[in-house]
Design a protein around this ligand. Structure first.
Ligand code: URA
Length: 432
């Protein structure tokens, strides 16, 4: 078999066989196939797509490119993953709530991809927090405190690790077969029995239209079923950022406040919906409203925040930052963005805000860029809010004055203000 023939086949819109897909994944993982060849094939897949069988074969080959964890000793483990968003700090809030309800959470999260943020970059803004544990440490933590959140540093789905970074650098992120195989290969390799997927939809998500998000959700659900992992997909809105902050330590601070009970309405709805289905899949109750109530009790009693502290301590992080989040370093310049007219906010384009945050240094423009944890955007007002001309809409947190001032102007232009109040739906569809 030759990689050139496989590339040519997909370039010409033909269907790849299981053997060809396995050949590509195995030899790309072990370094025989070069990045430029993998980039050509990935772009051909991006342009010409894959049918259901090819997508499943790609997912399974990627899952089998490394170890597949056996978590059976931990009982029933429920995993959660998002297809990516702006200001998406859901895992930081949801995982400790679920773990505090005695449901094991063993989760492998990602870094930022394109203009979307990643949980691992956010967790690493807590000084000392290790995301690269051994499999033994990962399992031990889940056994002892019910939770571990790690990065893709174990030998789990290594093919995805390489392809994920490659896709980011060649503008091949928004593709149903590539996203499905990336997420589901990780979920299969990480060993959970049940999966809840947050499929984001809107301008700040990889799926811009509901019909596309539905197709992605159904594809991943089908793969989950084939792998004997019951999967529920929740399609959520990502037309404006989730919550009030975008940027790594800013989002960690928001998550800490959320676990103290100060949670933004949109974040709350998404967290409670995903969590209630995680509880249902874990056999902790079929009534969604009751499950949500139980989750709120974990927040009100302080048990969920306590669980986050246990997690951070266990993975080497400095818990004093959680006890007093003012300890997180502030950016050098905190620049206000003012309303240019009075009225209701009608649009706050999430993708553009993700791009601002990335340019400020909260994400990577090039693969090798380092993240600046303190920069980002803090939104004081969001879609549906009424503002008077001259009121503060948001703040830019920047470490370089010039960049900060440029982004201050960009953000002011992103805020659309009009006479009519716009209604917003956070949960668009639930596919059980
Ligand atoms: N999250 C992933 O893990 N992979 C993708 O392709 C997109 C979001």
């Amino acid at each position: 078999m030759k990689i050139q023939d496989i590339i040519a086949k997909k370039r010409d819109g033909q269907v790849l066989t299981k053997e060809e897909i396995e050949y590509f994944v195995t030899n790309y993982t072990n370094g025989i196939i070069q990045d430029y060849q993998a980039a050509a094939l990935t772009m051909a897949i991006y342009i010409n797509g894959m049918n259901e069988q090819e997508t499943t074969d790609l997912t399974l080959a990627m899952a089998q490119s490394g170890d597949i964890l056996d978590l059976s000793e931990l009982g029933l483990v429920v995993d959660k993953h998002s297809t990516g968003g702006i200001g998406d700090k859901v895992t930081l809030i949801l995982a400790p709530i679920i773990a505090s309800l005695d449901i094991p959470v063993a989760k492998m999260s990602g870094r930022g991809l394109g203009y979307t943020g990643g949980t691992i970059d956010k967790l690493e803004s807590i000084p000392g927090y290790h995301t690269n544990l051994t499999i033994e440490e990962f399992k031990k933590n889940v056994k002892e405190i019910n939770i571990s959140l790690i990065g893709q540093t174990l030998n789990l789905a290594p093919a995805d690790k390489k392809l994920y970074a490659l896709r980011d650098s060649i503008a091949a992120t928004e593709s149903i077969p590539l996203i499905s195989s990336s997420i589901m290969s990780k979920k299969i390799a990480a060993g959970a029995n049940k999966i809840v997927l947050d499929v984001t939809c809107g301008n700040g998500a990889f799926m811009k239209e509901l019909s596309q998000a539905e197709k992605l959700a159904k594809t991943m659900k089908k793969i989950g079923e084939l792998a004997h992992k019951e999967t529920v997909c929740i399609i959520t809105d990502m037309n404006e950022p989730l919550g009030k902050t975008v940027g790594n330590s800013l989002e960690v601070k928001e998550a800490i406040e959320a676990l103290k009970g100060n949670m933004e309405d949109d974040v709350k709805e998404v967290v409670l919906t995903l969590g209630a289905y995680m509880m249902k899949l874990a056999g902790k109750g079929d009534n969604i409203a009751d499950n949500q109530q139980k989750m709120l009790e974990q927040i009100n009693s302080g048990k969920a925040l306590e669980k986050l502290k246990q997690l951070v301590k266990k993975q080497g992080g400095d818990v004093t930052y959680l006890e007093n989040h003012e300890k997180f370093e502030y950016a050098n310049y905190i620049l206000p963005v003012l309303a240019e007219q009075s009225g209701y906010i009608t649009d706050l384009n999430a993708q553009k805000i993700g791009e601002i945050s990335m340019r400020l240094g909260a994400g990577r423009i090039k693969k090798e860029d380092t993240i600046d944890p303190s920069v980002g955007v803090a939104l004081e007002r969001k879609v549906g809010d009424y503002v008077e001309k001259g009121e503060i809409l948001a703040y830019i947190h920047a470490n370089k004055e010039e960049t900060g001032k440029q982004e201050q102007k960009c953000l002011a232009e992103i805020y659309q203000i009009g006479p009519q109040k716009k209604q917003k739906k956070n949960i668009l569809e639930i596919i059980e």
